[in-house]
Design a protein around this ligand. Structure first.
Ligand code: ADP
Ligand code: MG
Length: 707
């Protein structure tokens, strides 16, 4: 086959307009409504479900789990009920043992004229519950004699259709008959395989032709599953090849500063100032990061570590390596409160080390700014900590070598990109996040970002105990909190303020503050929310951090990073309004000291199934990864914080990032192996990948990048 034919699709000369049942009008509909433009698109438009028409059900077998069933039997009676607008027909259908009602609300004359009593029919439909018993409305009916005259058995495919398609009579049933024509062609001409024979053999997978036949017209569930598995694997393998190649290419192109050695700052700190031994995980990730920093390639790494796992210390160690090699660093945090905390903990750890660290935020005074600008330029400032203020144009470094971004999901891609331009070469970039990226997503979406994971907590932490309580039990919660405060601990009450402009939310926060202040009149209660002036916010935060206030009433502004080890109780009001990862983040504010800590999720009695599940998961586990996985399954990948901005390069037709973890892993390992041996995919056995990737890239217009 010559090259040009290869780039052309195999079936490009088939005009789907000429397939049986299509025609010029439906061609337009398929294109507009489903994005199906050619034969290839068509055969890769898979059914969303199958219905077992291989057997007849008994009426007594019907239960609420069934979608569709077929029953063989006859009508005992068909009678009119109601009048005018409520006129309907009610039939009683029997399978010889039991009876079930069938109702029609429209087309009554047609039913009266055509549906016969006492004659054998095959009834097909979805049972519904009405007045405590099952019935069918408008089921499909086929004379049994006719039913016998055509082939059955196997599963019947159902295709998604849109409202516009239905009004033009392009129903799932019609789609099915169009597919019959298309699959006939597939059977006859075979589809050019997209996976090497070696892989098909090794994994005992169906070839592409049989997969397409089976996904549309399977003989049984087993053949659907085999077809699905193969199609998912193919899709994910190409996704992995694409992402991993992109990653390799970027790394080979993007030069980075070489920070060859650890020196005085690092060593002095490590051997004389370190307040505690590093955990094994902290040591490992510092090593991984250092490998990048000395490699000559620009680092683009994600540091993932659950709340309280000690990311700040890792960040500091990296900054010290940069300083040892003559480079400046910056640490960017999402809020002023957080930036302040970073500064304080860094200053605390490095006093006497000769490392110059300063803070730049929106509220830094002009005089302070002048000092910072001067020291940045003459190189005497080693580490600049701050908020967005860091990326302003007038912040000019002498030699920025490392940019650390804390809590990455708060920053957009564009903001990060601005950091790139602050030196001749882009600095090494370390993005720290406490939102664990679910394993499956880390393997796909973040396929071109190196990931380091701190999967171990500092020793001596007691896992937070979590309880789910109803608002009616509020009294108990208050007395529990009171006991904790009397034992010397501090308590958070968090209210949802999802939209900072939402007046209702603010009102409920303020009402809550009032009530709590009254109940706990003998203690000091302070409040923090996002709409406060930042000086006020900081002052209130400081009251709590220093222990002068025993209770903090707050919104999620305290979600990120705030560190008050003496706080041991986190009460989350209206917990049903928070997502799983947010609940987990909030819970991470306690359990930071040596004392046993508690998290109490307060909700109303009426909860949706999903909310109940969220509460259960929180009560069951403290493991951020498990929570992230559960979150992904409950919400789906499109909705995950921080994933939209990275996006995957093409739409997945069949694989599911939330649930296909095992296949994703297999595909990733396979892709790694292929590219390790043959990064350019020039070997003869890899030509198949190179050709298909080339085709795919031509089809992708919106090639999005992570950074
Ligand atoms: P996060 O990963 O959430 O940013 P922090 O860096 O704020 O966590 O660390 C949480 C707490 O754990 C801090 O009080 C820090 O001093 C402490 N910590 C960090 N590393 C260790 C360690 N190896 N051993 C003991 N405590 C540690
Ligand atoms: Mg932190």
């Amino acid at each position: 086959m010559c090259q040009s034919e290869n780039i052309m699709g195999q079936f490009d000369n088939i005009d789907i307009k000429f397939l049986p049942g299509v025609g010029p009008r439906r061609v337009e509909l398929l294109k507009k409504e489903l994005g199906i433009e050619n034969f290839d698109d068509l055969i890769h438009f898979y059914p969303y479900k199958y219905i077992d028409r291989s057997r007849f059900y008994l009426i007594r077998e019907i239960d609420s789990d069934q979608t569709f069933v077929q029953i063989k039997g006859h009508f005992i009676s068909i009678e009119s009920e109601g009048q005018g607008r409520t006129a309907r027909l009610k039939g009683i259908f029997t399978d010889g043992r039991d009876t079930i009602d069938v109702v029609w609300f429209s087309g009554l004359n047609y039913v009266r004229d055509n549906v016969k009593i006492g004659i054998e029919y095959v009834l097909f439909g979805k049972p519904a519950i009405y007045n405590y018993s099952y019935n069918f409305s408008h089921p499909e009916l086929e004379l049994f004699t006719k039913y016998q005259s055509h082939a059955h058995g196997g599963l019947e495919p159902y295709y998604n259709t849109t409202g516009k398609m239905k009004t033009s009579h392009l129903t799932s049933k019609v789609m099915k008959s169009i597919m019959e024509g298309a699959v006939k062609i597939v059977r006859e001409y075979k589809i050019t395989e997209r996976l090497p024979a070696e892989i098909l053999e090794r994994y005992h997978m169906l070839n592409l032709t049989n997969s397409i036949i089976n996904i549309h017209f399977p003989a049984n569930i087993d053949s659907v599953n085999r077809a699905r598995e193969r199609l998912k694997f193919e899709e994910l393998l190409y996704l992995q090849l694409m992402l991993q190649r992109q990653c390799l290419q970027r790394e080979s192109q993007s030069q980075g500063f070489i920070m060859r050695s650890v020196g005085n700052y690092f060593n002095t700190f490590y051997f004389r100032h370190l307040p505690f031994a590093l955990t094994g995980a902290q040591k490992r990730v510092v090593r991984e990061i250092f490998e990048d920093m000395r490699s000559g390639r620009q680092m683009n790494r994600l540091l993932q570590g659950d709340v309280g796992s000690g990311k700040t210390l890792v960040a500091l160690l990296c900054c010290l390596i940069a300083a040892d090699n003559g480079y400046q660093s910056c640490i960017m945090a999402p809020t002023e409160v957080l930036a302040n905390q970073h500064l304080e903990s860094l200053l605390g750890m490095t006093s006497g080390l000769g490392i110059n660290i300063r803070l730049l935020t929106g509220s830094t005074t002009k005089k302070q700014r002048e000092i910072i600008h001067r020291e940045l330029q003459d190189g005497t400032l080693h580490i600049l900590v701050g908020t967005h203020a860091l990326i302003e144009d007038n912040v000019v470094f002498r030699n920025l070598g490392l940019a650390i971004i804390d809590e990455q999901h708060r920053f957009g891609v564009a903001q990060r990109a601005k950091l790139w331009t602050k030196n001749t070469l882009p600095p090494h970039v370390l993005v720290m996040t406490a939102t664990p990226i679910p394993r499956t997503l880390a393997m796909t979406v973040y396929g071109d970002l190196r990931v380091s994971v701190i999967d171990e907590m500092p020793p001596g932490r007691k896992p937070v105990q979590t309880f789910h309580r109803y608002i009616e039990q509020r009294g108990q919660i208050y007395s529990f909190a009171q006991k904790q405060i009397e034992a010397g601990r501090q308590v958070y009450f968090v209210f949802p303020l999802i939209d900072e402009n939402e007046k209702l939310d603010l009102a409920s926060l303020e009402a809550g503050y009032e009530e709590i202040s009254n109940v706990f009149y003998q203690f000091k209660v302070c409040m923090v929310h996002g709409r406060m002036a930042s000086a006020q916010k900081d002052a209130n935060m400081a009251l709590f951090a220093s222990g002068q206030a025993q209770i903090m009433v707050a919104t999620t502004v305290i979600e990120v990073g705030v560190n008050v080890p003496n706080a041991s109780v986190m009460v989350i009001e209206n917990a049903e309004r928070f997502g799983l990862s947010q609940l987990h983040q909030l819970r991470g504010r306690v359990g930071r000291g040596a004392d046993q800590s508690f998290c109490i999720l307060l909700t109303g009695y009426k909860l949706s199934k999903d909310t109940k599940k969220r509460m259960d998961i929180m009560v069951q586990t403290n493991d951020g990864f498990q929570i992230a996985d559960a979150d992904l399954q409950l919400r789906g990948p499109g909705d995950m914080e921080g994933t939209q901005q990275s996006g995957i390069p093409f739409e997945l037709k069949i694989a599911n990032l939330a649930t296909d973890g095992a296949i994703i892993e297999r595909a990733r390992n396979e892709a790694q192996k292929i590219l390790a041996d043959d990064p350019e995919l020039t070997a003869p056995q890899n030509r198949i990948y190179a050709d298909n990737l080339k085709k795919m890239k031509q089809q992708i217009h919106d090639w999005s990048e992570i950074s």
